[in-house]
Design a protein around this ligand. Sequence first.
Ligand SMILES: [Zn+2]
Length: 225
Amino acid sequence: MVKFICFECNYTWEGKSAEDNKCPKCNRDTGIRMYSDDEVIEKDFYREVMEAKVKNIINISLNISTMLRNFSTRSKELILPKLFNTINKMFEMERREDYVELHDEFCKWAIKNIKPVKTQTTSRISWGQAAKIIDVATKFVFYYSNIPDQEYAKKVIKWFNSPIDRFMLQTLKMNLTSLTNIDKEKYELCQKKIIELIEDYYNNKLYPLEFDDLIWSYNKHRLLN
Ligand SMILES: [Zn+2]
């Protein structure tokens, strides 16, 4: 038996499993698991907190990527668990190739499983759209949040692709205007162009994610500059 308290109405009850968190009194999914003193001593809460943190950040990143409006309803329910799973695997990378492999695997999965909204003319989402989901998520988890720790994040962020959005497309000047037309080949050309711009204008001193931050800052925060 698992004890719960409702975050809305403070009602307490016992559920069968940790997923059984719907409040019997107000019917909301806001039950928070309660631990006994013994369990609190036993349990490693750090892991649980870290997991919650990653889930919350992924959720924020998915909303910020603004990709969901291009996908059929309920896509979020499919994407979040897959994204969480992929990011978890990214906590154990040793070489850049590990990143490339996980990134590729996510994009292929998304193209196969996520459908565009009916108003779009294509029957499949593009590589560019799939990549945007994972690229924004990794930027938020590793680059902005230094998860799982600073040392690891520092090691891996230099491998990461930059998210490609319309500001970036304008910056790259490659005659590409929409993510829906960006296949794997074009996506990789964009990443190559970003590296070239960093070589030409920043003496090779920036990572693609830092370059992306600058582009965003110029385009979005003119009032602050
Ligand atoms: Zn309640």
